[in-house]
Design a binder for this molecule. Structure first.
Ligand SMILES: NC(=O)c1ccc[n+]([C@@H]2O[C@H](COP(=O)([O-])OP(=O)(O)OC[C@H]3O[C@@H](n4cnc5c(N)ncnc54)[C@H](OP(=O)(O)O)[C@@H]3O)[C@@H](O)[C@H]2O)c1
Length: 258
């Protein structure tokens, strides 16, 4: 019996991924800070005849990934898949925000994801196929003025995912970067980007469709998954122009948030 760890499983894209995995018959370990939401989701998903465990953890705490995998060992659970999804961002000019805000975004979106991946690869059974799905973003493909740190963390994760995928190829590990664009979740409320999301609402995808495409890509061993036609088209266009031009365009969109 194997398990999938889903971080950021209490809401949004992570919750939708957990629901889709349960439909696919996968046993789950749900991780996030909101224990009440995890408990509720675990109870709902257990009705789908899968085993669902949950662990409340704040991934901004440096020791959290180690504690999660210590717990997995104590419980004698075999984990073959990591969905590295918990993340957040802040809207605003870099210099106008306290540096602590930026460091928190960097810590959750990069350090905690990297440490989770390292714990997973060093502490799980390497004799069987293993899978890592990193939730990145279309923000990874160009600089994002007014969300400069968020965009940079996502570029880091995209580069890391692509490199790790090559390194782990011979060890039977599939690594996929899921790169959603605007998606229905609590992300924009947390980031303070609800205005701009409202203006482009017809392009906002549901968390369920992002989750479905992400998992399809993971099982097919895709390097990068861009869910939805609009995200594929805009990323294609971004790759055709100089990065500074793409940054100007991204900055114009986010300026509309004010
Ligand atoms: N929505 C979008 O438009 C969009 C687009 C591209 C990429 N993404 C990426 O998708 C991922 C999921 O975001 P979402 O859109 O689903 O946003 P969301 O609805 O705000 O969900 C974020 C999840 O991360 C968890 N989380 C936040 N801080 C945490 C911490 N310190 N420790 C542990 N868990 C934490 C939250 O749970 P608790 O609050 O219970 O801890 C929640 O489950 C993120 O990596 C985000 O960057 C989102």
């Amino acid at each position: 019996m194997t398990y999938t760890i889903v971080t950021g499983a209490s809401k949004g894209i992570g919750k939708a991924i957990a629901e889709e995995l349960a439909k696919q018959g996968k046993n789950l370990i749900l991780v996030a800070r909101s224990e009440d939401l995890l408990k509720k989701l675990a109870e709902e998903l257990a009705a789908k005849k899968v085993d669902v465990k949950y662990l409340a953890a704040d991934l901004l705490d440096e020791d959290a990934p180690k504690r999660i995998f210590d717990w997995v060992e104590i419980q004698k659970l075999s984990v073959d898949t990591l969905i590295n999804n918990a993340g957040f961002g802040h809207f605003g000019k870099f210099a106008d925000k306290p540096v602590e805000n930026h460091l928190q975004v960097m810590h959750l979106n990069m350090d905690s994801m990297v440490i989770m991946a390292h714990q997973f690869l060093t502490r799980t059974d390497g004799s069987r196929r293993r899978y890592i799905l990193n939730t990145v973003s279309t923000a990874a493909f160009q600089p994002v003025p007014y969300m400069a740190i968020y965009g940079a963390t996502k570029s880091f994760m995209l580069s890391f995912s692509r490199a790790l995928r090559q390194e782990m190829r011979s060890r039977n590990v599939y690594v996929t970067a899921l790169c959603p664009g605007a998606t229905e979740s609590e992300f924009s409320a947390v980031a303070g980007t609800s205005k701009v999301e409202g203006k482009y609402s017809k392009y906002v995808m549901t968390a369920e469709s992002v989750a479905k495409e992400g998992l399809q890509g993971l099982w097919k061993n895709k390097s990068v998954v861009l869910p939805g036609l609009m995200n594929k088209l805009t990323t294609f266009a971004v790759n055709l122009v100089p990065q500074d031009t793409a940054a100007i365009a991204a900055g114009r969109i986010f300026k509309e948030n004010k």
